[in-house]
Design a protein around this ligand. Structure first.
Ligand SMILES: [Zn+2]
Length: 191
């Protein structure tokens, strides 16, 4: 038996990943396991994060981002004299097109910066951190900022292009990869 350095749980000698928290116990690079291996895979493979836990993380990040852009919303609300409030646009008859374009541009840049910086620096956004998952490379090593940017910006644009199909992919994929994970060569794992 060997003790997990993260949570202290005792795991069988042959386990590469902690069966309690998913922490890596051995220096391995996982090959893509078939789906049955994923299902049985605690200990042998990293514990991949599926669709719903990632959805929960994204929901939390959405809340965090709406708090971050709240002052911006208030400024545009005051300047535009109308109701592009809390990111809910479309009501602003008096908000000029240019102003609401500028507002949406700034909001998009803040969103990209939030996801890219936190994922590149820490491997997880606040939402992911709270639910206990993180993004790593397919070699299970931390990401570079370039990889994080590739995943978070063009990757998620592509994932969202066809009815969010690229996000839903994480629910069925053998290693729970969304399209943005496949593009950037990343995995979302527990621990
Ligand atoms: Zn553990």
């Amino acid at each position: 038996m060997k003790a997990c350095p993260r949570c202290g749980l005792l795991n069988p000698e042959e386990y590469n990943f902690c069966s309690g928290c998913g922490h890596r116990l051995a220096d391995v690079t996982p090959q893509a396991p078939p789906f049955f291996a994923y299902q049985a895979g605690v200990g042998a493979y990293p514990r991949y994060a599926g669709f719903w836990i990632r959805f929960a993380a994204a929901f939390i990040d959405g809340l965090v981002l709406s708090v971050i852009v709240l002052p911006l919303n208030l400024v545009f609300w005051a300047v535009g004299g109308n109701v592009n409030f809390l990111g809910i646009g479309g009501l602003g008859g008096e908000v000029s097109l240019g102003l609401s374009f500028l507002f949406n541009l700034i909001r998009t840049l803040i969103t990209w910066a939030y996801y890219t910086y936190l994922t590149g620096r820490y491997g997880s956004t606040l939402g992911k951190k709270l639910v206990g998952i993180r993004v790593v490379g397919e070699d299970l090593q931390p990401l570079s900022f370039a990889t994080a940017a590739l995943r978070e910006i063009p990757g998620k644009l592509i994932s969202g292009m066809v009815f969010m199909l690229g996000y839903a992919w994480a629910g069925f994929d053998g290693r729970k990869q969304a399209w943005h994970d496949k593009l950037a060569g990343t995995l979302v794992v527990y621990g």
